[in-house]
Design a protein around this ligand. Structure first.
Ligand SMILES: *Cc1c(COP(=O)(O)O)cnc(C)c1O
Length: 758
């Protein structure tokens, strides 16, 4: 991946594949110890997983690349990273700390490091003269900088600070938690070590406490830090490491969205009568705005402001927001507001009327309206935008602890009161509280009555046909997701169900295929795999209804963000949640959504209960986590796919581009009516030169992974005729692309080089 843009490095996490299987998501290495060969030199191989967990390697390589450093490491928390820097010092060493900074670092250095005889001086945050005055040649070992600083967002001139630190042979250590790479890369500006609370923007999902440290060069100081994780043991668990890497795959999308909103919010606050000073580096009025422009490629998503009046007034605003959650921490998908004076404790220099915002992924206008309501004391009942519901998972917090992320409920059975046996929970085959939030969110996005998760997309499809009986008639479109054809031919027909195949998108043919009073189900998929043929859902469901049948729309390719079939009178929507909904190529899951409560829907619920094709709780939880970024992932995928379709349209190696977004496409009029916000991340191309040329091109892809499936953060390419086998109706010159969230230039570069083989 040398030379790839940061967006691409992140989306693909350096493009590493799982070693033994080619998996596009890494496995979770849980072993604590490894079998060794006695003949092996002691310096080789893996011993024990405190220092040696292979699941660290990919994330650490990615972090080093992101920070432009020679090495990086993950630790048990941001505090562990900070502590390791101090642990690497010795009695008598001198450290220079900023006056304003993350509260925890002051407790850490004063309570802990002082006991070891480390000397500390405090400089005025951002005041380089003060810093230069306080360094002690030969004794100062660390000059600590936090930029942007907590909570007033002071940007520190890193090149100047590095000159001061290096002038006395000290290390410049930078806590860059508030502005992750690529927004700020302190190592490029002369810092020696950069650390993060990875809990915040890097992980970005408010569900892992972790830390990172990266170094510009692998020198002696780094060797000491590196040994410290093994010696003092503040390591990160394998599950958390895996989640951090998963979180990093959307860092670029999350930062782009959050900082655009932060800028709008800061501008809004600056003009508000109930607000005093506003601290945001993106405001021209910010004291270090010019420096921020030079040193950063964005201004981050943290904003502080003074409420006009006293601490009482600030506390009222703090408690008055509905969308901004009143909680500590930052960098998650949900926006947070905090009264830092209360969190830091009494000795904090933070003004008592100051509030700090962490801006998340919600709709910016919702966030502004929420702040306005809290500032003016006039609540609104403005409906929440879709982006807000997605980012916040409908705003649910846990019943027991008000956690912003709901727990994974692992119990298989529940203690219960005999008087109300079975309510609300009896047995976890299909009563698991972990399902409730993702099901509610999917139902809401589709505009449906209710949703049910299944073990896979195919389990959801099967549940529909399991509700039928021998002699029933169904109509299925002929071009569709291949495994559904297999299911019908190899399984469902065996249950005595009669199947009529109708040409995809052809409404006249559909009218001829349905039998009034006899047809039970009509199955539609749009855009259809892999030709992207679009069906006019409203027209099709009218035909289905007139025949007295029920319609099911497989909405996997479009997602509820682009098409809402239930609003076009479909009865049910089905998704392979494996694809866009989860979006990280690491969960297989399915879902059905009903428009209204009906006896048929009740039967589907009953089928899940009886046949047991349920999703595991951890998978349901990961799906919910994946959906927090659905809006920004789909937006980028659509934008990338459209750019690719336009680039390939007329390309000398391509006969035809199949993408509903192209105005020349047969289906463009219907698509433009029925899809909003984009035309999806899926497209197919027919290669000039037939099957042999298509096979040659397929084998040449480097960035696009040659793999089945779709809808993940990484781009995939597939020769469908090979995958589907000899009975497939798919043209053998067709390649299907699932376009991910990488940088568009890298994707087009890879396509162009692969197409040279045509
Ligand atoms: C993947 C897919 C399915 C099947 O879902 P699984 O989760 O793989 O069981 C069904 N329909 C479409 C359109 C798909 O892409």
């Amino acid at each position: 991946m040398k030379g790839a843009h940061t967006d691409t490095l992140l989306a693909q996490a350096l493009g590493w594949l799982e070693e033994t299987t080619g998996g596009v998501a890494p496995s979770i290495q849980v072993a604590t110890t490894y079998v060794r060969d006695p003949a092996m030199p002691s310096s080789e191989g893996l011993w024990y997983s405190r220092p040696d967990n292979p699941c660290y390697w990919q994330v650490e390589a990615l972090l080093a690349e992101l920070e432009h450093g020679e090495a990086a490491m993950v630790t048990g928390s941001g505090s562990a990273s900070m502590a390791m820097v101090f642990e690497a010092l010795s009695t008598g060493d001198h450290v220079l700390m900023p006056h304003y900074a993350y509260g925890g670092v002051h407790y850490l250095i004063n309570d802990m490091a002082n006991a070891w005889g480390i000397e500390i001086d405090v400089y005025q945050t951002g005041d380089l003269d003060d810093m230069a005055r306080l360094v002690r040649p030969g004794q100062t070992k660390v000059v600590w900088v936090e930029t942007p600083s907590n909570p007033e967002m002071v940007i520190v001139d890193l090149e100047a600070a590095a000159r001061i630190a290096h002038g006395v042979d000290a290390k410049l250590v930078v806590d860059a938690t508030f502005a992750p790479p690529p927004i700020c890369r302190p190592l490029d500006h002369g810092a020696d070590v950069v650390l993060h609370s990875g809990t915040k923007f890097l992980n970005g999902h408010s569900d892992v406490v972790c830390g990172t440290i990266a170094t510009r060069v692998k020198d002696d100081f780094w060797q000491r830090l590196d040994r410290m994780r093994m010696r003092s043991g503040a390591m990160l668990g394998p599950f958390e490491t895996w989640l951090l890497l998963r979180g990093l795959r959307t860092l670029h999308l999350r930062m782009e969205q959050a900082q655009a909103s932060a800028q709008k919010i800061a501008e809004f606050l600056e003009g508000h009568v109930d607000v005093g000073r506003v601290f945001y580096p993106g405001l021209a009025s910010h004291p270090t705005h010019d420096l921020a422009k030079r040193q950063m490629s964005g201004f981050g998503a943290m904003v502080s402001f003074d409420v006009t009046g006293s601490m009482e007034d600030a506390l009222k605003v703090w408690g008055g927001t509905r969308i901004f959650k009143n909680a500590t921490s930052l960098g998650g998908p949900e926006s947070l507001v905090e009264h830092r004076k209360s969190s830091d404790g009494y000795e904090s220099p933070v003004p008592p009327n100051q509030l700090r915002l962490s801006v998340g992924l919600e709709d910016a206008d919702d966030l502004i309206a929420d702040l306005d309501a809290a500032l003016t004391g006039k609540p609104t009942n403005r409906p929440q935008a879709r982006a807000t519901k997605i980012a916040q998972g409908l705003g649910w917090t846990s019943r027991d602890h008000k956690a912003v992320v709901l727990p994974v409920h692992m119990a298989s059975t529940y203690a219960t009161d005999p008087a109300t046996y079975g309510k609300p929970y009896a047995y976890a085959r299909d009563q698991n509280p972990t399902y409730e939030q993702p099901e509610a969110l999917i139902a809401d996005l589709e505009g449906g009555f209710e949703a049910r998760l299944f073990a896979s997309g195919m389990a959801a499809v099967s549940a529909v046909f399991q509700c039928l009986k021998a002699g029933d008639h169904v109509v299925i479109q002929d071009t569709l997701y291949w495994a559904i054809r297999g299911l019908m031919k190899q399984v469902v027909e065996g249950w005595g169900i009669e199947v009529t195949w109708a040409p995809t998108g052809d409404l006249e043919a559909l009218r001829r295929a349905v039998r009034k009073g006899e047809t039970r189900i009509v199955w539609l998929e749009t855009p259809a795999n892999p030709t992207m043929a679009v069906t006019d859902i409203a027209a099709a469901t009218a035909i289905v209804r007139e025949a007295g049948a029920l319609s099911v729309v497989d909405n996997t390719f479009a997602t509820p963000l682009l098409t809402r079939p239930l609003e076009l009178s479909a009865d049910f929507v089905m998704h392979s949640a494996t694809k866009y909904l989860n979006g990280h190529s690491d969960v297989v899951a399915g879902v059905l959504v009903a428009r209204v409560e009906t006896p048929f829907w009740d039967q589907i619920r009953h089928i899940r209960h009886m046949t047991g094709a349920i999703l595991g709780p951890f998978e349901a939880w990961l799906l919910m986590r994946g959906m927090r970024t659905l809006e920004i992932r789909v937006a980028r995928a659509c934008r990338n796919a459209m750019a690719i379709a336009q680039h390939l349209d007329g390309h000398e190696a391509v006969d035809l581009v199949l993408y509903p977004g192209l105005t020349a496409s047969n289906d463009h009029d219907v698509s433009a009516r029925q899809m909003s916000g984009g035309f999806g991340g899926m497209l197919s191309i027919r290669i000039r030169g037939g099957e042999a040329a298509a096979q040659r091109v397929w084998a040449r892809f480097k960035l696009f992974k040659i793999a089945t499936s779709l809808g993940g953060v990484e781009s995939l390419v597939e020769h469908r005729a090979t995958v589907e086998g000899p009975e497939s109706p798919v043209p053998d010159d067709l390649l299907r692309l699932s376009v991910g969230v990488e940088h568009i230039d890298d994707l087009i570069g890879d396509l162009d080089q692969a197409l040279q083989a045509a």
